[in-house]
Write a new protein. Structure first.
Length: 275
């Protein structure tokens, strides 16, 4: 989707995957990226938190989220951003018809993607945000980081054992954990916790339908996988790198390329593509 949109925008750029086996290699790769004429790069799981400390400057939203997923290289300096939150809000509004203002939201997870979601919902004036995570300290740390910015939003942390009622009452449920990335994974929460009228967004997009989307659909909830978010966060990164006041990165070009790539991936992996 990146290379497709660079072609459309007439940019002489290429997007390449770089495998980073561990954090020591992350340091080496980032030094190389700083020295070479890269326009920018993305960082994915599990290095988004580590990247925060490797940047020369970090945008306020990324600091609050505690994670950097996009770096702009400007004169050898690394400027860190987080476009996951923007991508999430964009897909919620455009693809799901959901606005978080005054709504009750549950976020499963407390890592980089959950952090970005949490910040977006605070800024989007959600009435209540419940973080549900296995490691409660990690979720509490996220809430503490945003403490001064909460205004009228209630933020709370629950374990999975305590979360059923809050999940059932929520207007929106977000899965920001990797539970469901593998074809034999279970849904991170049971179908019985969800109900018709809720919006459910699983950040996972590799499996279609994801286990959470299948569970949510089985009880009549409005369920979406993470492809829309993937496209929106990627397009927002291109907006940053391209830095053009006139041209907004065309999301439709990226969507078409991403859908085609995903179909090829599913065919190669023998995954039933029912979306
Ligand atoms: P991360 O920083 O590693 O955080 C993972 C979180 O998931 C942690 O809170 C962890 O809990 C929890 N977790 C891990 N395995 C779990 C399991 N089996 N059951 C319940 N909780 C589990 O990862 P991330 O960067 O936030 O990414 C999370 C997911 O979002 C990934 O699947 C990623 O691909 C997806 N994502 C999608 C997009 C998109 O554009 N669609 C963007 C960003 C991320 P503990 O703290 O208790 O260990």
């Amino acid at each position: 989707m990146h290379n497709a949109v660079y072609r459309r925008l007439g940019l002489d750029w290429v997007y390449v995957p770089l495998e980073v086996p561990n954090e020591t290699d992350l340091l080496r790769v980032v030094s190389a990226l700083r020295a070479l004429p890269f326009v920018g790069f993305n960082i994915t799981m599990p290095y988004k938190q580590a990247m925060l400390t490797l940047c020369d400057e970090v945008a306020m939203l990324a600091q609050m989220a505690g994670a950097v997923n996009t770096v702009h290289v400007v004169d050898g300096r690394l400027i860190g951003y987080n476009t996951d939150g923007r991508g999430l809000l964009e897909t919620l509004q455009n693809d799901c018809g959901f606005m978080p203002e005054a709504k009750s939201v549950v976020v499963l997870g407390a890592g980089g993607a959950a952090g970005a979601a949490f910040v977006s919902f605070v800024l989007g004036k959600a009435a209540r945000i419940t973080l549900v995570n296995r490691d409660l300290d990690r979720a509490e740390a996220l809430v503490d980081r945003m403490g001064g910015h909460l205004r009228n939003t209630i933020a709370e942390v629950l374990s999975y054992d305590e979360a059923e009622e809050r999940v059932s009452r929520a207007d929106l449920i977000i899965n920001a954990t990797p539970a469901g990335m593998k074809t034999d994974d279970d849904s991170p929460i049971p179908a019985s916790w969800m109900r018709p009228g809720q919006t459910v967004l699983d950040m996972i997009y590799q499996v279609r339908p994801t286990p959470l989307v299948a569970a949510a659909q089985s009880v009549g909830a409005n369920a979406f996988d993470g492809l829309g978010m993937l496209i929106s966060q990627a397009a927002t990164a291109v907006d940053i790198w391209h830095n053009s006041a006139q041209v907004r990165t065309p999301r439709d070009v990226m969507r078409e390329a991403a859908e085609a790539e995903l179909r090829d991936f599913h065919n190669a992996e023998g995954i039933d593509d029912r979306a």
